[in-house]
Design a protein around this ligand. Structure first.
Ligand code: DCP
Length: 626
């Protein structure tokens, strides 16, 4: 459901940058001889030459469209060059496109907050950069404004013939309102960034520059390829007046259809005739207000500082006769998808120290009889456990749970036409605190619960599965599912847990006598290492099991360690009393940690509260059972 966010900052400068026929450009960079000729990228498939997923602008002139198959494209454009998407594990391998997208992001993110919205598009908040430019070198004082900026399409200016002249006048108008001056600065910055992208990566991109994300996104696609469009506030009304509702993000589906069919609203501007109360009455409070806002071009959505993907997903479609009909076939494909997913989340953890928490399975299926023809295969989620085998095992359980629900009481043959598996709720490992940094290199712990059938959750309706990378943020209201219950992201490991660690160490120190906490931590290092070897007091079979579990459940590299704690461990709780902490033990910690810990203890004392045992405690614990 759309969430209305009032546009509190009318003076923001937001850009949406979208690469032009992205996969084609990546392939053309690999094979420069393809440059300038009609080219399309096809997804591997021997039926009618495969499906086109990206089409160059040269090919578009001949009428080649993404919806075509390779053979159809060759009919309308006999000279078209068809390049196949690289294939790995029997499916499209998008790694080359992903890293090309990252190259672009690293350039675009240099001028302001950057949100990677998909494999080839980003939002930039350039407000600060534009404000600085305006105060230091305002456009009217610039002798030579970047030629690329002067080529901008400024909405609301008349005439195509004198477009550049009009744009130039618009850029240097000294009597322009502050908002327009800021946009002009933003446009100069974006033109410069696009130039950098071209120079560094050889890719062209297009951009929209406006006062909010919604308008910037609408504008970036208006003039492509390699151009940019500016939306001054004065042009918003006209822009929306003719914009078909279905073109607006979040109005492409049922809501847009209802606006058309029930209210006779065909363009976003048509919404202006309805009061906010009326829209709220019809569509509920939030949606009503959101509709009222978008009719006026109001949107307060922030550009989230995020240059990494919000989720990792891999999918495969099985059209027509390729539809899967046995669980063995589904399992075999799921295994391959899970292998890829596992590699990618592992890489993400190694490179970015991020951990994915939710595993989700989407599928499309139908029953061979006509029973409930519209019933959809439910998407299912569970907590994500690292390790290929575990992901495969859990994905299989998710599929089985979905299939049971899909079939219901009907004993029926079924076919699966698409499968996708994704890892979501990717959070940074808690490295920001000094205590985490202190432990870094020794251990990073993350509690990821086992996926039992009880942990399986219904998920949001499945989205269409294509080759396009899904980096689009999930709903703001998504929840992390941990320990079989749902918790908000904010409830993720908190200070309290860190206090647990230290207090536990402290108490253990007391129990052990007056040993140094630093020595104790050195001992932890050893014990963590030994965790894969069973303690001597345990039987040989336990040792083997422990080793196996450790290998399966922990992904270890030189710098980080991801531990998965068992339910039994998790159930253990430990209470502490802040006063129990021996101050001399804290004195032995590095100063920045001392400060942090003392802060926790103060607040802990104030709260006079006891805390639950932490996963980190169990990980560090020298206790044989931990
Ligand atoms: N893509 C895909 N399947 C789709 C849509 C897109 O695999 N159904 C891939 C190929 C595209 C890339 O994602 O190159 C980016 O998609 P866009 O929708 O941004 O389209 P293009 O970048 O290809 O073209 P445009 O210049 O129109 O943005």
């Amino acid at each position: 459901m759309p969430i209305p966010r009032p546009d509190l900052q009318g003076d923001r400068v937001i850009a949406h940058v979208d690469m032009d026929c992205f996969y084609v450009q990546v392939e053309q960079r690999k094979q420069p001889k393809l440059r300038g000729s009609p080219t399309a990228v096809v997804q591997y498939n021997d039926w009618k030459g495969g499906a086109l997923i990206a089409v160059s602008y040269e090919a578009r002139k001949f009428g080649v469209k993404r919806s075509m198959r390779g053979a159809e494209a060759e009919m309308v454009c006999p000279n078209i060059q068809l390049v196949q998407v690289p294939v790995a594990r029997g499916k499209a391998d998008l790694n080359a496109y992903r890293s090309a997208g990252s190259e672009v992001v690293s350039i675009l993110s240099t001028k302001g907050r950057c949100e990677r919205a998909s494999i080839d598009e980003v939002y930039l908040d350039l407000t600060d950069a534009a404000e600085s430019m305006l105060s230091e070198t305002p456009p009217e004082a610039l002798e030579d404004i970047d030629e690329e900026a002067l080529k901008s399409h400024v909405l609301g200016l008349s005439g195509d013939e004198d477009r550049e002249k009009n744009a130039q006048r618009w850029f240097i108008r000294s009597d322009a309102i502050h908002q327009d001056k800021l946009l002009a600065c933003g446009a100069i910055i974006v033109a410069h960034l696009r130039g950098e992208v071209l120079k560094e990566t050889e890719f062209t991109c297009s951009a929209g520059i406006a006062h909010n994300k919604m308008l910037a996104k609408l504008a970036s696609g208006m003039h492509k390829p390699a151009q940019q469009t500016i939306v001054p506030s004065s042009a918003v009304k006209d822009l929306l007046a003719s914009l078909p509702v279905k073109k607006m993000k979040q109005l492409g589906g049922k809501l847009g259809s209802s606006l058309q069919n029930d209210l006779g609203v065909n363009t976003v501007g048509d919404l202006l005739k309805y009061s906010e109360e009326k829209l709220q009455e019809r569509y509920g409070f939030n949606t009503g207000t959101w509709l009222w806002n978008i009719a006026r071009g109001i949107s307060g959505d922030e550009v989230k500082g995020r240059v990494l993907t919000k989720s990792h997903g891999c999918g495969k479609t099985f059209p027509g006769p390729r539809a899967l009909k046995t669980t063995a076939a589904v399992e075999s494909w799921l295994n391959q998808l899970c292998e890829e997913l596992s590699e990618r989340i592992q890489l993400d953890m190694d490179q970015n120290k991020r951990v994915a928490h939710t595993l989700t399975l989407h599928a499309r299926a139908f029953k061979t009889s006509d029973v409930e023809p519209h019933k959809k295969f439910p998407s299912k989620s569970c907590p994500l456990r690292y390790g290929i085998n575990k992901i495969q095992e859990d994905a299989k359980k998710l599929f089985e749970a979905g299939l049971r629900e899909f079939l219901g009481s009907h004993i029926n043959a079924w076919r699966v036409t698409s499968l996708s598996i994704s890892a979501g709720k990717i959070l940074d490992t808690p490295r920001t605190s000094s205590i985490s940094r202190f432990f870094q290199g020794k251990s990073l712990s993350s509690a990821i619960s086992d996926a039992s059938n009880d942990d399986i959750q219904d998920d949001a309706p499945s989205s269409s599965i294509g080759c396009k990378e899904n980096i689009v943020p999930e709903s703001d209201e998504d929840e992390v599912f941990a320990h079989g219950k749902s918790v908000k992201e904010d409830d993720a490991p908190s200070k309290d847990r860190k206090i647990d660690v230290l207090c536990t160490q402290s108490r253990k120190q007391k129990d052990k006598g007056n040993g140094s906490i630093l020595r104790f931590f050195s001992g932890i290092k050893t014990s963590a290492k030994l965790a894969s070897n069973a303690p001597s007091s345990r039987s040989e079979s336990h040792k083997v099991q422990d080793q196996r579990d450790h290998q399966e459940e922990c992904v270890v590299d030189d710098h980080s360690r991801l531990g998965t704690i068992s339910n039994q461990q998790r159930d253990d709780s430990w209470k502490f009393n802040a006063e129990d902490i021996d101050p001399s033990v804290i004195d032995e910690l590095p100063p920045e940690i001392q400060r942090e810990v003392r802060g926790w203890i103060c607040s802990s004392k104030r709260a006079k509260t006891t805390k639950q045992g932490s996963s980190i405690f169990h990980y560090f614990s020298t206790d044989d059972n931990a």
